[in-house]
Design a protein. Structure first.
Length: 844
DNA sequence: GAGCACTGC
């Protein structure tokens, strides 16, 4: 029997491109009805357009066919791909479970629901009644039946009854993520089975295996909204406590800090990181009958590891599962799956497959067809998703200043194209966005009355969620066009509605690991073809659109097909630690979809050994095992364990610092005005410490935790991010709990608020020396020329302006982060003594 | 004197 089947979705039963409103998306507000005056005026030239634009005839790319006016060199046909899966509320900006609006991400709640119609519920149930849930589900049924994937229900069931692995190529919009789990959970193979298993120590016992499907997602928001959608479709309550007589929930989700899995759930949406952690404690995934990996094409480090572990598990002897097979459904939105196919096939079905050596891709163009034939031709034809045509225009020649070129294109589009139709421009980072915003705003002041107004909205990761939301708000002012200037956050994570025009700078910042420097740097690099198509697709979600690429057709052809997977770009220390924790002794030989360079791997092994995570024989030490289980980077785990040692005994303090370091946002906000700057320097006096950023963060957390009036007010007065501190507090709680579990802490620490007591300089020294155990290579000593030179590599490095030690001349520094932008910067800096460094180097 | 995007029992 062939091991698997490849499927593609789309389905010719699919209607022609339809407006979003015909799909099941939560809210697909049509753009406002354009008033006639808008259409009449907006095509007129901007007679007072900016001078430099006018000099170039401003409107360079009018489609008048005149070559002198820089007409589009080529127009491409429609871009397929990327239409939201039903129920995926990508239109809303990212929600955090830490948000106060958490409840909004829960199952549908109807105001009229009776709160007390359950008899035996342990937890008061406030959601809708089961009748109401069923009624709502019935209404959704009709929408479900229109999804392309719906008609393939029986094929998919049949295929998985006969195969263990199914690879599905479904465009977003095909409904694969929401529907396939529902097709499968009632299957005979998906039921819990009582079996005898053999433990690793040889003992045998009877346990239940299977009964649940896990669906992985790269993002929390996707896991939560998909679970919410599927729960609604199934008429199932979605929350932990909502088990009611005869009505347990069938669907749940599990993401960090938020676990909503009803007892007896059959379908569970999880983040990739969450499943990876689960695999460390339950390598055989005994709870599950099937794992579905969604969006595998995004190729995060975590998904690559999961794929490696699952491949071994599925093709293994299944002793740890009492012989119960684990079904695997791999889902991707991109066509190219030669690599994935070959990787998951049993090695003997692909003699040309060499484990761990498939850098790039092994593509056998005929492979897909062969696989389908072996499976009785069950392959499903692929057709375009629900996407409007997008015309693509290229530059004739490369642009030196692409930001300026973008400015010209945006002004051209704005003055020439009718309303409605917003513009989305892709830039590389905040700096560029702000520069272009300033320019555009300057010009928009000069537009004559006949030309619509422009509203410029920045959109990037370091904006607060509220500021991000601003970019999504439909501009209500009449005769106004919204221009969103975004980083690649708008490529996959967030979707802006109302966009008809995309301007693509063709570049983005990518993290790149440099093993000889031991540094990860952010580099501006050309995007991949896949990313370019993804970007242009953003123009065709609601109507026919246009995409202007600020690069030539030749540049496009030169682009990589795909982005490089993360595991080939980043420091693999976490990946190596997880492989070791999963019992893989020879990590260099372990087959992955793409194996990192041996140099990177050896570097990681050495680092782990130096941190005391590895035995000389290559197996994990007790500390190494603990490090793998902690939700922290390996270096931070090392620090935490060192802090628990009797000789240091500063675990609680170090947890406070690590909690602050492991938020997804900076704790300290940047003053925007001189007034803020002044107020800040007054209020922050009680938290800043001369020892540096680490002790300052410790003081911040201690002050925050000691506050018993209003933490929000406290944060605001110190110009500290409420959101970051809320997350830091959640991390702190999680770390404390895990330290109790790992027996690093004897008992739960006393609850807050505890009185604030400043850290003594002696104690501060102990704490910083604990950090030095993992960061001894991240140190620099002041040279005779007044600049810091790193001890590892003798590079010149400067203290980043965000550090409390910026501008201070110190004997030596330790830094936890470094960035290379226009200079080599050290961040999270502490003031240390040179002899501490020598002492620590001597120890390792 | 400064910032790609995700994510973790």
């Amino acid at each position: 029997m062939p091991p698997k089947l490849h499927m593609k979705f789309g389905g010719d039963a699919e209607p022609a491109p339809a407006p979003a409103s015909s799909t099941s998306k939560p809210s697909s507000k049509k753009n406002d009805v354009s008033n006639k005056s808008t259409k009449q005026h907006s095509t007129s030239n901007a007679s007072r357009a900016p001078s430099n634009v006018n000099q170039n005839n401003g409107l360079k790319r009018s489609q008048d066919g005149n070559p002198k006016s820089n007409t589009p060199s080529e127009s491409q046909t429609s871009h397929k791909s990327e239409h939201d899966d039903s129920g995926r509320a990508r239109k809303s900006p990212k929600l955090s479970s830490l948000d106060s609006k958490k409840s909004e991400t829960r199952a549908p709640h109807k105001p009229g629901a009776k709160a007390n119609d359950t008899q035996n519920a342990k937890v008061p149930y406030n959601g809708p009644s089961s009748q109401e849930l069923q009624k709502a589900a019935k209404e959704l049924e009709e929408i479900r039946m229109r999804l392309p994937v719906y008609h393939k229900k029986n094929d998919i069931r049949w295929d998985l009854r006969n195969n263990d692995i199914l690879i599905i190529n479904g465009e977003t919009g095909s409904g694969k993520s929401t529907q396939i789990p529902q097709f499968l959970y009632t299957e005979p193979w998906c039921q819990k089975k009582l079996v005898t298993v053999e433990e690793s120590d040889g003992t045998k016992k009877e346990i239940n295996v299977g009964g649940m499907i896990a669906v992985t997602q790269p993002r929390r928001i996707a896991a939560m909204t998909l679970a919410q959608r599927v729960a609604a479709e199934m008429g199932s309550p979605l929350s932990k406590g909502s088990v009611r007589a005869g009505q347990p929930g069938t669907v749940g989700y599990s993401v960090r800090f938020d676990n909503q899995v009803p007892n007896g759930a059959k379908i569970k949406f999880v983040t990739e990181g969450m499943l990876l952690q689960e695999m460390l404690s339950d390598p055989n995934l005994r709870k599950y009958s099937a794992i579905m990996i969604d969006e595998i094409h995004e190729r995060s480090m975590d998904v690559d590891l999961i794929a490696g572990f699952l491949r071994r598990l599925v093709h293994g002897d299944l002793k740890g599962r009492g012989g119960v097979p684990l079904k695997l459904v791999i889902m991707s939105a991109t066509l190219d799956q030669g690599g994935v196919e070959a990787f998951f096939a049993k090695p003997n079905t692909r003699p040309d497959y060499v484990p761990g050596q498939n850098h790039g891709r092994i593509i056998a163009p005929d492979l897909i067809e062969q696989m389908a034939l072996r499976n009785n031709g069950a392959q499903i034809p692929y057709i375009a998703g629900r996407q409007y045509e997008v015309k693509t225009f290229y530059e004739h020649e490369p642009k030196e200043d692409y930001v300026h070129a973008m400015l010209e294109i945006i002004l051209m589009l704005h003055t020439q194209e009718p309303l409605p139709g917003d513009i989305l421009a892709f830039l590389t980072g905040q700096e560029e966005i702000e520069a272009l915003q300033a320019e555009l705003e300057k010009y928009s002041q000069m537009l004559i009355a006949a030309v619509p107004r422009m509203e410029i909205k920045p959109l990037h990761g370091s904006l607060t969620p509220d500021q991000q939301k601003d970019a999504f708000v439909k501009v209500e002012k009449r005769f106004t066009r919204k221009v969103v200037l975004a980083t690649n956050i708008a490529e996959t994570s967030l979707t802006v509605a109302g966009v008809h025009y995309v301007v693509d700078g063709g570049k983005s910042k990518v993290k790149q690991y440099r093993p000889h420097l031991g540094m990860e740097t952010l580099l501006i690099k050309p995007i991949s073809k896949v990313a370019a198509v993804q970007r242009s697709g953003r123009a065709g979600r609601e109507a026919v659109g246009k995409c202007y690429r600020i690069y030539t057709k030749a540049d496009f052809k030169e682009m990589d097909e795909d982005g490089k997977p993360e595991i080939l770009r980043c420091n693999v220390i976490e990946a190596v630690l997880k492989m070791k924790a999963r019992g893989i002794i020879d990590v260099l030989d372990f087959p992955l979809m793409d194996s990192p360079d041996v140099v990177y791997m050896e570097k990681a092994l050495n680092q782990l050994y130096a941190m005391g995570a590895l035995q000389p024989d290559g197996s994990l030490t007790k500390n190494g095992k603990a490090m793998a289980k902690l939700p922290l980077p390996a270096t931070h785990g090392c620090v935490l364990i060192a802090a628990a040692d009797e000789s240091a005994d500063c675990l609680l303090e170090v947890i406070d610092i690590l909690a602050c370091l492991n938020t997804d946002q900076e704790i300290f906000l940047h003053p925007k005005s001189i007034e803020e700057q002044e107020e800040m320097s007054n209020t922050r006096a009680d938290i800043y410490r001369r020892e540096g950023d680490l002790i300052t963060l410790l003081t911040t957390m201690q002050r925050y935790a000691a506050d018993n009036t209003n933490r929000r007010v406290w944060c605001e007065s110190h110009l500290i991010s409420v959101r970051a501190m809320t997350m830091a507090n959640a991390v702190r709680k999680q770390l404390r709990m895990q330290c109790v579990k790992l027996k690093l802490l004897k008992e739960n620490p006393p609850a807050d608020p505890q009185p604030f007591e400043p850290v003594t300089p002696e104690r501060a020294e102990i704490i910083m020396k604990v950090f030095l155990k993992a960061f001894v290579r991240e140190t620099a000593i002041m040279g005779p020329d007044g600049s810091y030179k790193t001890t590892n590599g003798k590079e010149t490095i400067q203290v980043h302006p965000s550090s409390v030690l910026h501008g201070k001349k110190l004997e030596a520094i330790m830094f936890l982060q470094h960035v290379y932008t226009n200079k080599n910067y050290a961040k999270k800096v502490s003031s240390i003594q040179a002899n501490w460094i020598a002492e620590q180097y001597a120890l390792c």
